[in-house]
Design a protein around this ligand. Sequence first.
Ligand code: EPU
Length: 339
Amino acid sequence: MKLSFHKNYPLEQLNTFRISAKAKLFYEFEDEKSLIKTLKSDVLKKEKLLILGGGSNILITKDFDGVVLKNSIKGINIITENKDRAQIEVGSGVNWHDFVMWSVNKNLSGIENLALIPGLVGAAPIQNIGAYGVEVKDSILDVHYIDIQNKTKNTISNNECNFSYRNSIFKCELKNKVIITKVIFQLSKKDLNQISYGAIKSELELLKEEPSCKTICKAVINIRTKKLPNPNVLGNSGSFFKNPIISNDLFNNLKIEYPEIIGYKHSASHTKVAAGWLIDKAGWKGYKEKNVGVYKKQALVLVNHGGANGQEILDLANKISESIFNKFKINIHPEVNII
Ligand code: EPU
């Protein structure tokens, strides 16, 4: 197999912020074998490396002076099942939402609350994607990856992934060291009906539906479509910031001044605060400056109104963080990877 890298490859259609930037070299891999072969090539010894998935969680601030490897490992296969559960092996390059729809159509429950999250299956464990009361960690059994340094195949169990809120070993010890190739999921044949999140209950009432994996999936799709911009229409990468975790003391002090502040118990000593509320309260919702802005229906989402470059979005993000710190004495941090 001969490797041919594309030169000066445009990345605009490969990131959901729709930032136009170029990769010095570009290659798309479709299986573990071609990935390992690429990693062994001389070119990789000299060049910086960026692994690109769905491009939905990155902000590209300049041209990439190295090799971009695009993940296109496909395939969804049931590997074992009994009357209660099924184990499914999914290629890391499969579109996340396509996998959610595949599972719901087979009446397999566990990830229906995570419908419409942009990105690929391989990115799901990295930041332990979550929405509407569910995190993907509860449906993952194992993660298969290739070690970039040794070019070896490895498997890591759920426990070893150190999952927590929007975090895992892949963002810590294994950051930039591995490429996820397959994820093994365990889904339930019985509907899990995870409807603790208020908006799902109200949407099901509106739809006049009883909870099931199919109806919850439909409710989530409706809620997300109402609240979050479609990147094909307006460039964005979902929540730009993580919800900050602060001490209960600071939260209780803020609550005196802002009784309507929104926080959720994180641990005995800490509270997770809705960053969208903080940014909204600081007056940023719907803000527009040249080609960049804050989405009018969800202040946690920054948008490219067309033609923005990554640096402009980063400048806006920094201005927002500074204003949140000045107003509430809370540091907010990007969820998005800045390249
Ligand atoms: N809020 C406001 N103003 C806003 C936005 C939010 O007051 O402009 C308030 C809402 O009214 C709500 C609270 O803040 O009471 C939380 O808002 P929301 O339910 O929209 O959830 P979020 O905490 O802003 C998180 C995830 C989303 C996920 C939703 C739904 C993070 C960083 N984001 O957002 O994930 O879809 O919960 O579960 O945890 C993503 O990661 O890209 C993403 C979209």
